[in-house]
Design a binder for this molecule. Structure first.
Ligand code: PRX
Length: 662
């Protein structure tokens, strides 16, 4: 970038200017007419026919939205379809020999695998037949505990083919986390793998799986994918089956896709909430698939001939919606990378973009901040001119990181979509339509057409532009979660009770509360400020502070713990733990490492505390509630406000002094 350009860009960021999409992008964009916003508003909810029409339906739906029993909204009722047929079978005629998944393994010298739509269709059918033979029936929940290996999307689509909902558990989660989720879902089937590669090392995964299975309170049949080959030899116990053997036995078998009602469950995804218990978010076949497809087309601008890359992990919702279901439903080529961006060198991602001529790249601000720190020499070494659109997800993007992405990756020639959404929303909600709206660095943008999102005060009244408030979604949308698995009451109390009249059967009285703070500008662009509940966002990964606290108090010698998110340059937020020890224990290195171990065992390394502060007391209100805000301020080194309402004001100064000592 020239000095002149740099100064000009800095000034534009400083003035919070908007950035128009490049002409070259607009000329070819899937959506170019601003009228779509008014059209959808005027024609709501019929506008969502547009999303449903992206799919092939076995039986046409009768009703677009059934809102007779709020907040249990139903979409496209009367219709039936199969998600795997929509992601595979219907593309075979025109695109059978085109790549569906370009899988890039971590070891740089390994043979990467291209799965054409024909290949993927064949293996999904074979594995679907194998699952059926193992006893998996319609509506049985199959847990998939796998890293970024091609067998993960294959297993997802195989489940979808036979009408068995999947529940993917992120491979980085611990054995305990696996057991909790399998027990909560009553899941009797598991697909896992022997191990995978991380920064050149072969990590074993099977022993962790076995440990988790030890905590499952019912019998489980397990399929094991062999990723490491001879590197890791593991015994197969009874009730365990080798993936390759199963697929080989079914060579050439075809499985008729099971027609599912639009409202039938496609998958469960466990996510963190305010209590220690993870929430099983239920997504449906018609609503979720149409939402993932529509937003992939409208926002990511995906066309079948594109090569598109989302660098998330399929273990999180982003990978479900935007590596697997959305892109494959549109018949495009989806790139899937097993490893980390810095192995074997810090230009691995740029090497992949260049080699596969990637058109769209969708990643997280935390990754962009790491790239920035490493320096622009890495992307500079590569030809990134194939890129036409950039996206971010998972956390707010700071204007500095935005600028780096825009200049060094996008060459000032790609629109950036900053997409706000959640596990529960199924897909994007707030962001710019890239061929229509300007981008405003740091702000996700206006709600998508047909989406009614507001920023309100504690009474639900809209706040003035520029003032902080809470996000609410005031109308239902097709991709919304339908409930929390086996827990309708918690579904209502977690998401709807805050602003809704829970006695009412008028759908307009029901307002969804995402638990995010935000502010809106005069031009309707919304900046998301972060969670307002006890959930924190570490490197774009959602973690419950209560889950981490309960892991810490499970460690011998810990009497009480409070966990908050503190600002972190690279991770966005990091875990800060304040710990009171039992009397006979010292807060020293030994206990510190046992606490780290306890958190890793209960949740996984992603929840590892950045800082553990031992303290004789925690700041509490007179009614005995821990003052987390105050602890956050201490973690962030901020000025503390009035502490006079505290039961124990001195403790704040003591903790501050301890943090300062570290
Ligand atoms: O706080 C918001 C933040 O991530 C939360 C949702 O996390 P999860 O369910 O794990 O889904 C992540 C991927 C969609 C939200 O409540 N978040 C997500 N995207 C953004 C964001 N915060 C600011 N800007 C975003 N673009």
């Amino acid at each position: 970038m020239t000095e002149v350009n740099n100064v000009e860009l800095e000034a534009r960021l400083e003035n919070r200017e908007r950035f128009e999409p490049p002409e070259s992008f607009v000329e070819q964009a899937n959506i170019v007419d601003d009228a779509i916003y008014d059209e959808f508003e005027g024609n709501w909810p019929d506008c969502w026919k547009r999303a449903a029409d992206l799919l092939d339906w076995e039986t046409e739906y009768e009703t677009i939205l059934d809102d007779s029993n709020p907040p249990f909204f139903e979409w496209f009722t009367g219709g039936s379809l199969n998600a795997s047929a929509n992601c595979l079978d219907r593309h075979l005629e025109d695109r059978g020999d085109e790549a569906a998944i370009e899988w890039v393994g971590e070891p740089a010298d390994e043979d990467n695998r291209t799965y054409t739509y024909n290949d993927l269709h064949r293996e999904v059918n074979e594995f679907a037949a194998a699952l059926r033979d193992l006893g998996v029936g319609e509506d049985d929940i199959v847990t998939l505990y796998m890293p970024m290996v091609p067998e993960l999307p294959i297993a997802m689509l195989a489940c979808a083919r036979i009408g068995a909902p999947h529940s993917v558990v992120f491979a980085g989660f611990s054995a305990d986390a696996l057991a909790t989720r399998m027990n909560a879902a009553d899941s009797e089937y598991l697909v896992t793998c022997d191990g995978y590669y991380r920064r050149g090392d072969a990590l074993e995964h099977k022993a962790k799986t076995d440990e988790g299975l030890g905590g499952v309170d019912h019998d489980v049949r397990t399929v094991v994918v062999d990723r490491l080959g001879d590197e890791y030899d593991h015994p197969m116990a009874s009730g365990e089956f080798d993936y390759d053997d199963l697929v080989a036995e079914q060579a050439g078998t075809k499985v008729e896709p099971v027609q599912r009602d639009a409202e039938d469950m496609l998958f469960l995804m466990y996510t963190s909430g305010t209590t220690g218990e993870p929430k099983g978010v239920k997504h449906t076949t018609g609503g979720f698939l149409s939402w993932a497809s529509w937003t992939s087309q409208a926002v990511l601008d995906i066309k079948p001939e594109d090569t598109y890359w989302c660098s998330a992990d399929i273990g999180w919702i982003t990978g479900h919606s935007y590596i697997v279901y959305g892109p494959l439903a549109l018949g495009t080529t989806s790139v899937m990378y097993e490893g980390t961006p810095d192995h074997p060198t810090r230009d691995r991602l740029w090497e992949i973009v260049e080699e596969y001529e990637v058109d769209q790249l969708y990643t997280a601000p935390t990754a962009i901040r790491a790239f920035m720190k490493w320096g622009s020499q890495y992307p500079k070494r590569h030809d990134l001119s194939s890129l036409r659109l950039l996206g971010t997800v998972g956390e707010p993007i700071n204007p500095r990181a935005w600028k780096w992405y825009y200049t060094h990756i996008g060459n000032e020639n790609c629109p950036i979509v900053d997409t706000w959404w959640q596990t529960e929303t199924g897909g994007m909600m707030l962001t710019t339509l890239p061929g229509v709206k300007d981008a405003k660095p740091g702000s996700a943008g206006p709600p998508l057409p047909g989406i009614d999102i507001r920023v309100v005060d504690t009474r639900g009244n809209e706040v003035e532009p520029g003032k902080a408030g809470y996000l609410t979604v005031n109308k239902p949308w097709p991709g919304m979660l339908r409930t929390l698995y086996n827990n309708d009451d918690r579904f209502i109390s977690e998401y709807w009770a805050e602003y809704s009249d829970t006695e009412s059967d008028d759908p307009d009285d029901w307002v969804y509360f995402p638990e995010d703070g935000a502010k809106i500008d005069e031009d309707g662009y919304i900046t998301v400020l972060g969670r307002v509940d006890d959930v924190i966002n570490v490197s774009g990964h959602r973690l419950g502070t209560m889950e981490i606290e309960s892991a810490i108090v499970g460690v011998e010698g810990v009497a009480e713990a409070a966990v908050v998110g503190g600002n972190h340059e690279l991770k966005g937020e990091a875990v800060y733990a304040y710990v009171i020890t039992e009397e006979e224990f010292d807060g020293g290195e030994e206990l510190r490492s046992r606490i780290v171990e306890g958190v890793e065992d209960a949740i996984g390394p992603i929840a590892r505390p950045e800082e553990i502060v031992f303290t004789p007391e925690l700041p509490k209100t007179r009614s005995g509630k821990i003052m987390r805000r105050l602890l956050e301020d201490i973690a962030n080194g901020e000025e503390l406000g009035d502490t006079s309402t505290l039961r124990n004001p001195d403790v704040v100064r003591d903790i501050e002094a301890t943090v300062g000592d570290d």
